[in-house]
Write a protein that binds this ligand. Structure first.
Ligand SMILES: Cc1cc2nc3c(=O)[nH]c(=O)nc-3n(C[C@H](O)[C@H](O)[C@H](O)COP(=O)(O)OP(=O)(O)OC[C@H]3O[C@@H](n4cnc5c(N)ncnc54)[C@H](O)[C@@H]3O)c2cc1C
Length: 408
């Protein structure tokens, strides 16, 4: 009888894992990946849509096209995960498994934020999903000066650098339109600093100062008041706005909490280093669906995919899973149209200056705004579709490499 691996979610992590497993396993292992639709969205490109720098239609491609032959792709809504029975239910089918991989990601839930839906599309916007990013593009075109506030409603949230990139790009965009003098830009974050890591946060804060962008920290959102145009924190502090751009509360997919396998906010308790579900055997978790303390980012899903495949292969061969993953994350940070910075870090090591990926040569520079980094950011899109999703290796380990980094 054939053995079965079921992968939940065919986004960044699920697609890489499915393709990579297919390359490693003999045909008597059946691999099935399930997603609710056939639209794979390149999410990093959402940042560019509001500024008219990326055509929305170029961000969406068929998932099926990026899943290699030999993997069954099922389009259906996953409705239940039963770790005891080793069974997954979708609206129309039931799937049993020997190993389950959960890569259902996370989603923004504007309905969770008091007052936000009343203001949505009037003076409150987002760029965290495609329709919202398109709507914001229209709004920014009409923006004729005033106060633009970028707020993060709650932790954790996806891609912690995206709101910083948004305010930097807004500065560039408004200058370009000749209305920067009539505009104020403010980043309002629940974090105690601009970013999750202190050293990188200090660098970003300095750049924000140079761009005359105000940063308000430790602001936990209580409500949005679209009529009177302010956001209020749980402590009662208010920040006024003319146009609000928000990362609404972010939660794991409902199927995780409905199945009772979540940590209370929709994420699966996951071993930080093996990426195995803490409470359930034969289940691995990766990407935004985990509760591991690193960024919810595509680079993370990609590095984690290598570890999940390695450990499933180990278990199949009767070997214990290894504690390999170190929280490795790599992100470009766009500073303007034409320049970008880059950070590379893990659970323990903060972003450091230096060269990446080759010591001394780069060509990319860490924690530094350069034009070459911008080309890297642009080139990444093609790498994503054509190399990474296919589960092909670039020869680099999934863990942080210290060569090229300046310590101290
Ligand atoms: C604006 C923005 C900018 C970003 N920029 C960057 C960046 O520059 N660099 C970077 O590394 N990352 C970036 N990211 C983050 C990155 O895109 C995500 O972290 C990454 O896609 C996570 O991969 P994943 O596989 O965990 O989840 P996803 O890719 O989101 O995939 C989850 C999949 O599961 C499916 N699914 C969930 N629940 C169900 C269900 N019940 N039934 C059926 N299907 C289901 C979904 O349809 C989805 O396809 C950005 C994200 C945003 C929003």
């Amino acid at each position: 009888m054939s053995k079965k691996i079921v992968v939940l979610g065919a986004g960044t992590g699920g697609t890489i894992v499915s393709n990579n497993l297919r390359r490693h396993l003999p045909p008597d292992w059946e691999i099935t990946v399930i997603d609710r639709d056939d639209k794979h969205i390149y999410q990093p490109g959402l940042l560019f849509v509001p500024f008219g720098m990326q055509k929305p239609s170029t961000l969406v491609k068929s998932r099926k096209k990026y899943i290699i032959p030999g993997v069954n792709f099922v389009i259906d809504e996953i409705t239940n995960i039963d770790p005891e029975k080793k069974e997954v239910k979708t609206r129309n089918h039931k799937f049993s498994y020997d190993f389950l991989v959960i890569s259902t990601g996370c989603r923004v839930a504007p309905e969770e934020n008091d007052g936000l839906m009343d203001a949505w599309g009037k003076n409150a916007f987002s760029f965290y999903f495609l329709e919202a990013a398109i709507q914001l593009q229209k709004k920014l075109k009409e923006f004729n000066g005033g106060k633009l506030v970028m707020n993060i409603a709650e932790l954790p949230f996806k891609c912690p650098v995206a709101p910083i990139e948004f305010v930097f790009l807004a500065d560039w965009y408004l200058k370009n339109r000749g209305i920067r003098q009539k505009s104020q830009i403010e980043l309002v974050t629940p974090l105690p600093m601009a970013f999750t890591k202190p050293k990188a946060a200090a660098v970003f804060t300095e750049s924000a100062k140079e761009k005359n962008i105000n940063i308000t920290t430790s602001f936990e959102l209580n409500q949005v008041n679209g009529k009177e145009k302010y956001i209020e924190s749980v402590k009662g502090d208010k920040v006024s706005f003319d146009t609000l751009v928000i990362v609404p509360t972010t939660i794991g997919d409902n199927v995780i909490s409905d199945s009772g396998i979540d940590d209370g906010i929709g994420y699966v308790p996951t071993h930080h280093n093996t990426l195995k579900a803490l409470k359930h055997d034969n289940i691995y978790v990766l990407g935004d669906a985990t509760n591991v303390p690193t960024s919810k980012a595509g680079s993370v899903a990609h590095y984690e995919a290598d570890v999940v495949v390695f450990n499933i292969m180990a278990e199949i061969h009767g070997v214990k899973p290894e504690e390999i993953y170190d929280g490795h994350s790599t992100c470009f940070i766009v500073y303007s149209k034409g320049t970008s910075s880059l950070i590379d870090f893990n659970y323990k090591i903060e972003p450091l200056p230096g060269k990446y990926p080759m010591p001394k040569l780069g060509p990319f520079s860490l924690l530094k705004e350069t034009r070459m980094n911008w080309y890297g950011k642009l080139g990444f899109e093609s790498l994503y579709w054509n190399v990474l999703l296919a589960g092909r290796h670039l020869g680099a380990p999934p863990t942080l490499v210290m060569a090229g980094k300046q310590v101290g």
